[in-house]
Design a protein around this ligand. Structure first.
Ligand code: FAD
Ligand code: NAI
Length: 479
């Protein structure tokens, strides 16, 4: 007799495990199927968490070796890098968090199947167990597909996770490369490029577009670009990589400039560019993953990019089968995936589950960080929407001065007539945490005046947000 459930979740990442917990809280009988061997998905195992652990550790190393601690009057005789200890710390953090998710499954009485899930029909899921390869069939009223995404590769740059690495390999290099060539100046390229730059590698980022950071607000992106350049990161913008060749311990990357303004070396479009390094990071995006899931059997549709098509309620073309997270349209972010998982759990339990895509924060965890929410100036201009903007720099903030971290600024965009906050773009220390108040403000439909009139403790970095809000009405107090 097959086990029977109200909801079977396939995929144990942020979308899947968060959705499973919410469904269990609402009284549903839930199973979760994960093939990796540990819960937590890309984010906890090979994404958000290990990358942030290394960013944190490498930032400490950089501060100790680049004189930042000396400015505080702390002299260090000799600072040495113990890369293995740094990696061990990262692994411990990952383990404690993935074990924590397993504990949450137990606590919420969610049945966890360690194995690969496949749709057999609209009400049954086959699980091939990881341990012994045996198959089990689960009967279910609903299914949540949460199988996430995998690295997008380039046809001419085969990832071997040794010389040519994806983010996964870049999180576990066993020595600091002499020269790391990064293909793609998006989130992964800049975060993992920063890690290895801080640990002593020469890092060259080759980016197809005229600016780094993809679709981020261009003012914020340019500001981060200049700061990273000052830190020693090299960039070739408007440059297309055309080949990657590995020979022994050398990797040769060939590329061509797409316009005369492209390229740090100021090369002409026709000049071929040849870079030699000892590791290459391919970070040109990720693609939705649904291999072997059995979508075809049920006629579940995908869009041309391979993402599962869903309606406004996350229903696939088979109504009791839902899809969430990186597998569907929208930004590939853990918090977006989590909210969708929760929304589906609530919908399945008969509640009005909903996600507000206008307020999804987007953060690049470089130092300083770039954190954004809402519309960019480019979008507002394109839409012909009248707006006012207010900016305030961290250099004029007392707390930032005491920390010795004064790079960057906060910029708030508000509707010209109603003053409603439409977007906020922060480059600065702990921008990720500072953005949270603006996300809440936007969720409540607040105006820049609301932020400006709210108390902000003194001296805190958050006062820069307040001053930027005041600056929308040209009332900033210091600058
Ligand atoms: P995933 O986390 O990919 O989980 C899907 C799971 O499904 C996987 O564990 C997979 O093994 C499993 N699976 C697939 N097929 C099957 C099957 N048939 N049966 C059973 N199991 C299956 N986002 C942020 O918001 N902040 C960050 O700081 C951040 N940093 C990142 C850093 C890196 C290096 C990377 C690569 C990504 C990062 N992301 C970050 C993105 C984030 O990891 C993803 O958006 C998030 O994990 C998506 O969650 P998900 O649940 O949709 O999918
Ligand atoms: P990305 O989409 O952020 O950036 C890829 C970059 O590569 C783009 O700027 C693109 O123009 C460039 N590119 C594409 N093809 C190229 C080529 N042939 N030559 C040179 N450049 C090329 O993708 P990335 O960095 O791989 O990250 C994937 C996703 O993972 C992100 O979109 C994000 O959703 C998620 N992520 C989120 C993080 C966060 O929230 N802090 C951290 C890391 C990943």
């Amino acid at each position: 007799m097959a086990d029977s459930f109200d909801l079977v979740v396939i995929g144990g990442g942020p979308a899947g495990y968060t959705g499973a917990i919410r469904a269990a809280q609402l009284g549903l009988k839930v199973a979760i199927v994960e093939k990796r061997g540990t819960l937590g998905g890309t984010c906890l195992n090979v994404g958000c968490i290990p990358s942030k652990a290394l960013l944190e550790s490498s930032e400490h190393f950089s501060m100790a070796t680049h004189g930042d601690f000396a400015l505080h009057g702390l002299k260090m005789a000799k600072v040495e890098l113990d890369l293995k200890a740094m990696m061990d710390r990262k692994e411990k953090i990952v383990k404690s968090l993935t074990d924590g998710v397993a504990y949450l499954m137990k606590k919420n009485k969610i049945t966890y199947f360690s194995g690969t899930g496949k749709l057999l029909s609209k009400s049954s899921v086959e699980v091939t167990l990881k341990d012994d390869g045996k198959k089990e069939v689960l009967e279910t009223k609903n299914v949540m597909l949460a199988t996430g995404s995998v690295v997008a590769e380039l046809p001419f740059a085969k990832v071997d996770e040794k010389m040519v690495v994806s983010s996964t390999g870049a999180l576990e290099l066993d020595k600091v490369p002499k020269h790391l060539i990064v293909i793609g100046g998006g989130v992964i390229g800049l975060e993992l490029g920063s890690v290895w730059l801080r640990l002593g590698a020469e890092v060259t980022v080759v980016e197809f577009a005229p600016m780094i950071c993809g679709i981020s607000d261009q003012g914020a992106a340019k500001s981060l670009y200049k700061i990273l350049q000052k830190q020693g990161m090299k960039f070739l913008l408007s440059t297309k990589v055309t080949g990657v060749e590995v020979s022994g311990q050398t990797v040769t990357v060939t590329a061509e400039a797409l316009s005369s303004d492209g390229g740090a070396a100021g090369q002409k479009p026709a000049d071929p560019i040849v870079l030699k390094g000892d590791r290459v990071l391919v970070s040109v995006g990720r693609k939705a993953y649904s291999d072997g899931l059995g979508l075809e059997t049920l006629g579940i549709k995908k869009d041309p990019r391979g993402m599962v098509e869903v309606d406004d309620h996350f229903r696939t073309s088979v109504p009791n089968i839902y899809a969430v997270g990186d597998l569907i349209r929208g930004p590939m972010l853990a918090h977006k995936a989590e909210e969708e998982g929760v929304a589906v759990a609530e919908i399945v339990a008969g509640k009005p589950g909903h996600v507000n895509y206008e307020t999804v924060p987007s953060i690049i965890y470089t130092w300083p960080e770039l954190a954004s929410v809402g519309a960019t100036e480019e979008q507002l201009k394109k839409d012909g929407r009248a707006y006012r903007a207010g900016s305030f720099p961290f250099t004029a903030n007392a707390r930032a001065k005491t920390m010795g971290m004064t790079d960057g600024q906060v910029r708030i965009l508000a509707d010209e007539k109603t003053d409603r906050v439409l977007g906020c773009h922060i480059v600065g220390p702990r921008a990720s945490d500072l953005l949270a108040e603006v996300v809440v403000a936007m969720e409540f439909g607040a105006s820049s005046e609301d932020i400006a009139r709210s108390f902000h403790g003194h001296p805190t970095l958050s006062e820069v947000v307040r001053e930027a809000a005041l600056a929308v009405d040209k009332r900033a107090r210091q600058s």
